[in-house]
Design a protein around this ligand. Structure first.
Ligand SMILES: Cc1ncc(COP(=O)(O)O)c(C=O)c1O
Length: 371
């Protein structure tokens, strides 16, 4: 027995190695051209990524957190306004709301998908609600139609957190194309990952597009002319050039993730474990393959001894994080969220996983279940 890891939970370096020649050439091109921020690569990538999602406009920014923050800013969310979202998510989702000085109103998640429970949204709406912010967690889309209809009825904007759902679809259309904004992260481990930080907002609304374009660079309409207040959050040319290469392989990589998920489903023989399901409306992009067990920590320790790394997304819900515990409204109890936090376990998942590795993980879990 050894604690040496031979199957990582994620491996961004393999994504680089798989396309090394093209990425190296793209990087060399940027270095030689000498335009390093907001140039031709970023512009081309914004257009290509927006087209991939199926909307007209993209705005490259510094991170997924910035994309959410700028989307809320563009929707005029300010101090004391309310934004309805979930607690079973990356802290970043709620952090973006707090950056606006707004109040996160947290609703519970659906026990099957672990995404925002649409049945709970309408009763969380108040006169101060400005935005509903559903999170397509793990690459599985939220059931958006009931949420969009609540938003329409109350004149509220919808901002989709797509940080984990590049390429995933809801009822045939890609996530990010349904709400007023789709917000993406290109953190290295994401399905479309940069070699550093990066993010993008996509939208079909020309006015929102223009507003975000101004907000990301000091409110500049043109250089040195600030027509509104803004910030600095720009996707750099190196990241854009690398992401343009990787975007060409995103569908292929997502298909590999789906195939790995099907292999896990087939190979894991552990009735004590709950495997992920895919709702009828969803085309899952398997950013994570998440199993659930009341003995999650024991399973993780057992796998570690077999050289298999796992992660927990997320061990502490945002409303229980010391830094965020006093700033939110808990809209009607978060029992499913709190239970999920104690049960979820993300198995190794990345396109380059081999058949042998998948079998190794599945057999180890099957063996654990037998004890
Ligand atoms: C659901 C979710 N939202 C937002 C973010 C924030 O993205 P970033 O790390 O690029 O700021 C992440 C990624 O960490 C995420 O997983």
């Amino acid at each position: 027995m050894t604690d040496e890891i031979h199957i990582p939970q994620a491996s961004p370096v393999l994504g680089y190695i798989a396309h090394r020649d093209e990425i190296d050439a793209a990087v060399a091109g940027v270095l030689a051209r000498g335009r390093y921020v907001l140039g031709a690569e970023t512009e081309a990538f914004e257009a290509e990524f927006a087209a991939y999602v199926g909307v007209r406009f993209g705005v490259g920014v510094g991170s997924g957190t910035d994309a959410l923050h700028l989307a809320l800013w563009a929707c005029n969310v300010g101090s004391g306004d309310e934004v309805i979202t979930v607690s079973h998510t990356a802290v970043a989702t709620v952090a973006a709301i707090r950056l606006r000085g707004a109040v996160p109103v947290l609703v519970d998640v659906d026990p099957e998908t672990l995404c925002m429970d649409p049945a709970l949204v309408e009763r969380a709406v108040t006169p101060r609600t400005r935005v509903i912010l559903p999170v397509h967690l793990y690459g599985h889309s939220v059931d958006l139609d009931p949420i969009l209809s609540v938003a329409r009825r109350h004149g509220i904007r919808v901002v989709e957190d797509c940080a984990q759902s590049h390429g995933a679809r809801y009822k045939g259309r890609r996530t990010g194309a349904h709400g007023d904004f789709g917000c993406f992260s290109f953190y290295p481990t994401k399905n479309l990952g940069a070699i550093g930080d990066g993010g993008m907002l996509v939208t079909d609304d020309p006015a929102l597009h223009e507003r975000v374009r101004l907000l990301r660079e000091y409110g500049w309409q043109r250089r040195y002319v600030s027509v509104i207040e803004g910030t600095n959050s720009r996707l750099d040319e190196l990241q854009a050039a690398i992401l343009r290469v990787k975007l060409r392989y995103l569908d292929e990589d997502n298909a590999k993730r789906s195939s790995h998920a099907a292999d896990y489903n087939r190979l894991i023989d552990a009735p004590a474990l709950r495997l992920p399901t895919v709702a009828a409306w969803a085309e899952h992009s398997f950013h994570q393959y998440v199993v659930r067990s009341s003995q999650r920590d024991e399973l993780a320790a057992f796998l570690r001894k077999r050289g298999v790394a796992t992660l927990v997304h997320y061990p502490v819900p945002v409303h229980l994080q010391p830094g965020y515990s006093s700033s939110h409204v808990n809209a009607g109890g978060l029992a499913v969220t709190e239970r999920a936090a104690s049960e979820v376990l993300s198995l190794p998942m990345y396109p380059e996983l081999t058949e042998e590795q998948l079998e190794c993980v599945a057999h180890a879990i099957t063996e654990w279940n037998g004890f």
